[in-house]
Design a protein around this ligand. Structure first.
Ligand code: G6P
Length: 611
């Protein structure tokens, strides 16, 4: 986890760095720090806790100069404390380092350095980098960093500055994300694009093993052995305003409201108007490969895994290819059997989740074609895959995933149609109908968002807002909706919530149901509607408090429910996209009513870049 930013140029480094760190706070918020090289050498401010504390400290202790680095931390080695906050320094405090990742052999390196007389100030793995750079420093920071990294194993994105080289910012990447931004007579580094996009749109996505020397004149990139590397400068299309709250009290609420537009974006360019067919060219899978494919593996973590479950149901139902769905953290260790002609679809909003990346490497080494569903353009998952379908959802800042989830489901719907089309499991009329229904989804999402009064009212009612636990139930396509609804509620409100396949209730969970226990039942019209109604009646018979999510016009469900949230009538296979929206809103409003930190819930980080 952790986020890094760096700047060299005429702007105030503190302003650039703090703007960037605020954008990166989603990557961790245990502590932060900024170091600047100025007239009086290297100076630094650190603080434990969120960035607003850091903002105050910087007012009291301003840092001036033309070169600086900053960090927001999610602790991996060492408790959150000022001593463990980055930047870390060499003994003489002339070299400063910020780091995202884990130096796996740090213990060994630390012992070697200590044996040579080095005194450590922190418990972090990062500090070894500062001392190693110092050890190899002979007046050239770039050379010293390259040499130091030869000793380091593990994952890193680092930014390094030295008071004796005030015109150089050095950065390097191995495993953790890093971008370099270019401006006029200035340079930037960041963990991702939003960190620097207020200032520049011209970025380089740094590759593993590359070390960059950034000066006002430009960027020199080499590998650790000094071999030069050339790299393309890309122009980022994202709008800077996309990274701001735009008047919403929280990023999560803003992102929930963006979903109609986001889903239109996800569809954009993927449907051929003339032939009424889907094309996902960037997935880089030839029609022959789709036809020959005997098995699909979907791997993901968290919310993306729930989207993967929606994908599994769609693909198996309409394209008739067996799908194995795995949590990436489990796939890695279960020695999966990957037959020839298998396709893996990793799903990841950030594209940097460590377990998902490792699952990709395993699948590739066993011969699978890997085509991912990813939001962050140029991220590691995208680059390590053979092909990619970008979600086109824009930056997601709220830790709880919302628009990324619905756009991932949309990507799976597109992929399913494409696969069914190519394999001939869907005829022309079915494809046309499925495309038509898919196109109707964004407007229906907008309609749900326009009509939130009921959800808001429920979220403020004591029996729901103050509940100690809740169940979310669904069947078939909406079993993942139940899992996702429960995850949303628990992660941002801290109310214990569990999602279940409704048919499982009688196998144990129903024992918890009392007249103070809310049960959210997804009962939209479709194949399993009647079965769902029976399950609702069973809970009602135990006096459970039932909120049903039902299809507009379904009056009869009111008789079995305490409250009903309606969504527009829709094609059942796409209903998880619509159902997600009121469940996100319910979680959001309950959390906001409870005064929780909606965008940055405790103990969580947006992108889990450690295993
Ligand atoms: C974290 C986030 C979740 C996300 C999961 C997977 O837990 O809080 O919102 O679903 O990681 O992240 P990815 O970036 O791979 O989708």
């Amino acid at each position: 986890m952790c986020g890094i930013v760096g700047y060299i140029g005429d702007k105030s480094p503190v302003e650039v760095i703090m703007t960037g760190l605020h954008r990166l706070e989603y990557r961790g918020y245990d502590s932060s720090g900024v170091a600047v090289v100025g007239e009086n050498g290297l100076d630094c401010v650190k603080s434990v806790g969120k960035l607003k504390i850091m903002d105050q400290k910087l007012e009291e202790h301003p840092l001036k100069g033309n070169l600086g680095i900053g960090h927001t931390r999610w602790a991996t080695h060492g408790v959150p404390s000022e001593a463990n906050s980055h930047p870390h320094f060499n003994g003489a405090k002339t070299i400063a380092v910020v780091h995202n990742g884990i130096i796996e052999n740090y213990y060994e390196l630390r012992e070697q350095l200590q044996a040579a007389g080095v005194v450590f100030r922190s418990q972090t793995d990062t500090e070894v980098i500062a001392h190693l750079v110092d050890k190899y420093y002979e007046g050239d920071l770039f050379a010293a960093v390259k040499r130091a990294l030869k000793d380091c194993e593990g994952a890193y994105a680092i930014g390094v500055i030295c008071q004796d080289n005030p015109d150089v910012l050095v950065a390097a990447r191995h495993g953790s994300p890093l971008i370099v931004g270019l401006g006029d007579n200035e340079g930037y580094i960041g963990s991702d694009v939003p960190a620097i996009m207020k200032y520049t749109r011209n970025v380089m996505y740094i590759e593993n093993g590359h070390v960059c020397e950034i000066t006002r004149a430009g960027v020199k990139i080499e590998d650790v052995d000094g071999n030069p590397v050339s790299m393309e400068v890309k122009t980022v299309e994202w709008d800077d305003a996309a990274a701001e709250k735009e008047g919403y009290p929280h990023f999560m609420l803003k992102e929930i409201h963006q979903q109609g537009a986001v889903l239109r974006n996800t569809l954009a360019g993927r449907i051929d108007e003339h032939s009424d067919s889907v094309r996902l060219t960037d997935m880089n899978i030839a029609p022959e490969e789709l036809k020959a494919c005997g098995k699909i593996f979907i791997v993901a973590c968290g919310t993306a895994w729930h989207a993967g479950m929606v994908g599994k149901f769609l693909i198996e139902k309409f394209a008739k290819v067996p799908v194995e769905l795995d949590l990436a953290s489990e796939f890695r260790y279960r020695d999966p059997i990957i037959p020839p002609n298998s396709i893996m679809i990793p799903v990841s909003q950030s594209g940097e989740t460590a377990d998902t990346l490792e699952a990709i490497r395993i699948a590739k080494s066993r011969g699978a074609k890997v085509a991912s569903i990813v939001n962050a353009v140029g991220s590691s998952v995208a680059r390590e895959s053979h092909g990619v379908v970008y979600q086109q959802a824009g930056p997601e800042i709220g830790v709880a995933s919302t628009k990324a989830y619905t756009s991932q489901c949309m990507c799976f719907a597109l992929f399913t149609i494409w696969l069914g089309q190519v394999r001939g499991t869907l005829d022309k009329d079915q494809v046309a109908m499925m495309i038509r229904e898919l196109r109707a989804v964004p407007d229906k999402v907008d309609a749900i968002l326009k009509n939130q009064d009921k959800v808001k009212e429920l979220a403020n009612r004591p029996e729901y807002r103050d509940a100690v636990g809740a169940f979310f139930l669904g069947r078939n396509y909406n079993f993942p909706s139940a899992l996702e609804g429960a995850l949303k509620l628990k992660e941002i409100s801290y109310i214990h919530a569990e999602g279940y396949a409704a048919g499982e209730m009688k196998h144990g969970p129903i024992a918890l149901v009392t007249n103070t226990f809310p049960v959210v039942c997804v009962a939209v019209k479709g194949e399993t509607y009647e079965k769902m109604v029976s399950n609702i009646q069973e809970i009602k018979a135990r006096a459970g408090l039932i909120i049903s999510v039902a299809t507009e016009g379904d009056e009869s469900i009111q008789a079995h429910s305490n409250d009903v949230i309606y969504i527009p009538e829709c094609y059942e296979p796409y209903s998880p996209i619509l159902v997600a929206v009121p469940l996100q809103l319910l979680a959001y409003h309950i959390s906001a009513n409870l005064g929780r930190d909606v965008d940055q819930p405790r103990n969580l980080a947006k992108s889990v870049t450690v295993e």
